[in-house]
Design a binder for this molecule. Structure first.
Ligand SMILES: Cc1cc2nc3c(=O)[nH]c(=O)nc-3n(C[C@H](O)[C@H](O)[C@H](O)COP(=O)(O)OP(=O)(O)OC[C@H]3O[C@@H](n4cnc5c(N)ncnc54)[C@H](O)[C@@H]3O)c2cc1C
Length: 412
């Protein structure tokens, strides 16, 4: 016998679960909702951890999904500092780290991601940090203060955002990465060269095309990063931004089917292999008609929108998730970019505008169709990109229109 019963259990205290709770109430759910999250804080937005919050410009309150009193006003029970240890999907009972057993009618699994840990010599030395949560940002800000130089391992968006934020705080930063230019894996070399030039203009040293071999220290604390090519980079502190891995521990324990992209396999309505149990956010690998198969995307906007789709389906509305994924990133206040589409593979890039002047959109094409687009200072172009991606419009013979910044994209 369970200790108590709730109608909807939301496992995971991040954005996906929080927005699901919100939409359940907004769409008329009257039953009991319990949101269980293992972090000490109520659900908050993670992007500021590498931006405004790390820079000390945003407070904890600024990052919160909703102010503290909102949860009570909405009659949503919020249980922080608590993990869901076990989900018995046959009897529909969850075991919490408080030892409480809670039975439920329906559930959402939204356990997010964890940082990818690097297993290299010296990684246990003091002064080496990862970044996922607000507490990590606090530690990084405090521990890098007064250090001669900080080495950031990783040249993707977290690494570059951290490098920019720390530079804004007056730290001198070196980025070490395997790619030749920053952001190359996600957005290609053209965009990468542009972003790298912005970082270098602000005195960030970028060491590309080289890997991390080991950390060296004085016995306690890191003092040096040694690269695979034998370069020695002085390091008073290190921040590792080597990607994230979906946290499927609970889903595996519960016996939910996993997909090839490492996430929890869902249909287009975000329902998992178990009826009445949904997944959302970073862990959700969902069937997308638009992309012709399952996709998994680790973006703030996707987690947000998944929360809504899951809520609607928990209420029996039978709606597929059809949003084109959207992503944004800021390099301090020097440069912002936005991106639509999950494409990680493309055949051709078309530039609209000027990379030199820092105002452009970059169109990623595959099979004659728009797969994704990135914008620096041309947000309006992304509205057209969304439309073209969703419709699968053949633009093969019209790339000249895409490339001409004066042309009207509505014509496509
Ligand atoms: C530093 C940083 C900066 C980012 N910046 C951007 C950005 O600029 N743009 C962008 O689009 N995206 C950005 N992202 C990505 C974005 O924040 C994530 O995609 C989004 O937070 C995913 O939300 P989620 O709810 O799926 O997972 P999460 O935010 O990971 O939340 C999951 C929560 O569930 C908890 N949990 C896990 N297991 C259990 C369990 N068994 N029981 C209870 N609780 C559990 C976790 O502790 C966590 O609190 C950033 C991410 C990071 C880390």
């Amino acid at each position: 016998m369970a200790d108590r019963h709730v109608e909807v259990l939301l496992a995971g205290g991040g954005l996906a679960a929080a927005n699901c709770a919100r939409w359940l109430r907004e769409e008329g759910a009257e039953g009991s909702i319990l949101l269980v999250g293992r972090e000490p804080h109520p659900p908050y937005n993670r992007p500021p951890c590498s931006k405004g919050y790390l820079q000390g410009k945003e407070s904890l309150q600024d990052t919160l999904f909703r102010p503290d009193e909102w949860w009570e006003e909405q009659s949503i029970e919020l249980q922080t500092r608590t993990s869901v240890l076990k989900l018995d999907l046959e009897d529909r009972v969850a075991v919490l780290s408080t030892q409480e057993e809670v039975s439920f009618d329906q559930a959402l699994v939204a356990t997010g991601s964890n940082v990818r840990l690097l297993r290299v010599e010296g990684v246990g030395l003091e002064g080496i940090h990862y970044l996922r949560a607000l507490g990590n940002a606090d530690t990084i800000r405090a521990d890098t203060k007064g250090r001669e130089r900080v080495v950031v391992v990783g040249g993707s968006y977290i690494g570059t955002e951290v490098a920019a934020s720390l530079t804004l705080l007056g730290r001198r930063v070196t980025i070490l990465m395997q790619e030749d230019v920053t952001h190359e894996r996600s957005f290609g070399a053209q965009a990468g060269r542009y972003f790298q030039s912005v970082l270098e203009e602000h005195d960030i040293e970028v060491v590309g095309g080289d890997g991390l071999a080991r950390f060296e220290g004085d016995g306690e604390r890191v003092t040096k990063v040694v690269t695979e090519r034998g370069r020695e980079l002085p390091a008073g502190a290190v921040v590792i931004g080597a990607g994230a891995v979906p946290d499927t521990m609970l889903a595996k324990q519960a016996g939910l089917a996993l997909g090839e992209r490492g996430g929890v396999l869902c249909d287009s309505r975000l329902q998992t292999s178990c009826e009445g149990v949904y997944a959302a956010g970073d862990i959700c690998e969902y069937e997308s008609k638009m992309h012709g198969g399952p996709i998994r995307v680790e973006h703030w906007d996707v987690a947000f929108n998944h929360g809504k789709t899951a809520a609607l389906n928990l209420l029996g509305r039978d709606v597929p998730h059809e949003e084109v994924p959207y992503f944004f990133s800021d390099l301090a206040d020097w440069c912002s970019f936005e991106y639509v589409g999950p494409a990680l593979e493309w055949e051709e890039e078309v530039v609209r505008g000027s990379l030199e002047e820092g105002e452009f959109s970059l169109w990623y094409l595959g099979g004659g169709r728009v797969k994704a687009a990135l914008s620096v200072g041309r947000s309006d172009d992304l509205e057209h990109a969304r439309r073209l991606i969703a419709a699968g419009t053949d633009v093969k013979a019209r790339t000249g229109v895409l490339a001409d910044p004066q042309s009207d994209l509505s014509d496509l």
